[in-house]
Write a protein that binds this ligand. Structure first.
Ligand SMILES: C[S@@+](CC[C@H](N)C(=O)[O-])C[C@H]1O[C@@H](n2cnc3c(N)ncnc32)[C@H](O)[C@@H]1O
Length: 260
């Protein structure tokens, strides 16, 4: 049976060092991105049967970018029709247990929510909760959002992207797996509509500083504006945010509007 095991969050602090990117580091980040390096689970284009949905995903609000045309189910057609509709779209990347996303989808039935979480087990658990709460406006994927999002959503379609407590990937050899990089910020700029919101939180102060630097380097984004936090309104904290509150850990939130 699928169930949530105990979660062991890392308690100790490791060094999270970052510096402004040199031109060659920036160029390397784009080259890595183009080559699909650092994608979690590897590049799905080279995975066997990546054009097919897993059996448990058929006729569920579940998608994979490369399996939208799987003819054994209506998943792809239904999702495409919803994306082509007029409902605002919000995306969460790395929803984990889904506490924030499920609550937000329940509060805003007129908004279409897409959630990405590369851990398949967590995605399946969240799918079960989508069914239990009878949510009609929430679709989930275990794709790496960096690969999937631009293949699934047209430019300027998204009203808000939520990225809450992403893995810092402390070790330098794992840096390539880190969500935030110049090409990823370009992806967000493309996905968000004018005025759209990028909502970020972390309990790693230095990661927040890196994210602020990377986003503010992209001319499509206005500088961090704490007043935009109002746009989130009441919300259920993620599992990690709950843990931070219980353990007295600081949380750094960043809010960026996409310029018109
Ligand atoms: C530290 S956990 C935080 C989970 C949740 N947001 C919370 O605050 O409790 C980060 C999650 O992001 C997921 N993740 C990391 N990179 C991802 C990516 N490129 N696409 C989708 N999910 C990703 C990981 O699998 C992990 O579950």
């Amino acid at each position: 049976m699928l169930d949530y095991g105990p979660t062991h969050f890392s308690q100790g602090r490791m060094d999270f060092a970052w510096e402004e990117l040199s031109d060659s580091e920036r160029a390397q980040a784009y080259a890595d991105w183009e080559a699909g390096r650092g994608l979690l689970g590897g590049d799905p284009r080279y995975r066997p049967n990546s054009h097919l949905l897993p059996p448990w995903g058929l006729e569920q609000p579940f998608f994979r970018a490369l399996a939208l045309d799987d003819a054994r189910a209506t998943n792809g057609a239904r999702l495409r029709a919803m994306i082509a509709g007029n409902a605002p779209v919000e995306v969460e990347i790395g929803f984990g247990r889904g506490d924030f996303l499920l609550d937000r989808a329940a509060r805003a039935s007129g908004t279409l929510f897409l959630g990405y979480e590369t851990k398949t087990k967590a995605t399946r658990l969240a799918l079960a909760r989508v069914a239990r709460f009878e949510l009609q406006n929430l679709w989930l994927s275990d794709d790496d959002a960096r690969f999937s999002l631009p293949r699934v959503l047209p430019a300027a379609r998204v009203a808000a992207v939520h990225i809450l407590f992403p893995d810092p990937w402390w070790k330098s050899e794992h840096r390539i797996k880190r969500l935030f990089s110049p090409p990823f910020v370009d992806l967000l700029a493309r996905a968000l509509r004018p005025g759209g919101l990028l909502h970020f939180k972390s309990d790693v102060e230095e990661y927040s500083a890196l994210v602020r630097y990377l986003v503010e380097q992209q001319p499509a984004f206005a500088p961090h504006d704490p007043a935009l936090a109002e746009r989130i309104g009441p919300y259920a904290p993620t599992h990690r945010e709950q843990w931070c509150a219980r353990n007295g850990k600081g949380v750094w939130g960043l809010y960026f509007a996409r310029r018109s």
